[in-house]
Write a protein that binds this ligand. Sequence first.
Ligand code: DX5
Ligand code: ZN
Length: 219
Amino acid sequence: MSVPIIAPSILSADFAKLGEEARAIETAGADWLHVDVMDGHFVPNITIGPMVVKALRPHVTIPIDVHLMIAPADPYLEAFREAGADRISLHPEAGPHLDRSVKQIHQLGAKAGVVLNPATSPETIEWILDEIDLILIMTVNPGFGGQSFIASQLRKIERVREMIDSSGRDIVLEVDGGVTPETAPLCLAAGATALVAGTAVFKDGPAGYAANIRALKGV
Ligand code: DX5
Ligand code: ZN
């Protein structure tokens, strides 16, 4: 098993010091900065928009991994890309034309990802596998940090791993929600290659970030 990509979720950072927090997690060894965008409509919480991504961009050199939990998503793709998003992922339930959305993300010059909610079937992405760069499996219901890992999703990670392997494409398999040093090895054994973590990275304040990231990497 190779060392996973760790993408700390800025959702669990101190929102009064976002730039400082972003710099601290890069210094601590984060590979990507995960930004959870919520609209109070697709999910029952409101977080941040493109202006905050733009404000964060100069603070880090690592890729910004934007997870859109908004509906519709299409009208905002360009704004997030212009703000500095390197990867943009969206939920199939966010709109009627997933293929069109993915093509638009590529036209904007970003990597495109599709996010599967706990009850969403992997077959949803079967006919778009040859176009996407990332699949994000939700191991909680999206909306809040600090929730418990839904273990049934491990079988879905295995299933999506098989789909990726048989496609022959280089697609990142990312897991989001309740990822801890205990659940991370289960996700990696099931075939994940990237892990999002909010609480598990930010819980002890900046002094703990490096050790927390190392614990998730298993090194
Ligand atoms: C949930 C978000 C996650 C979440 C992860 O809607 O997509 O990124 O913040 O937080 P933890 O790691 O605390 O479960
Ligand atoms: Zn997320």
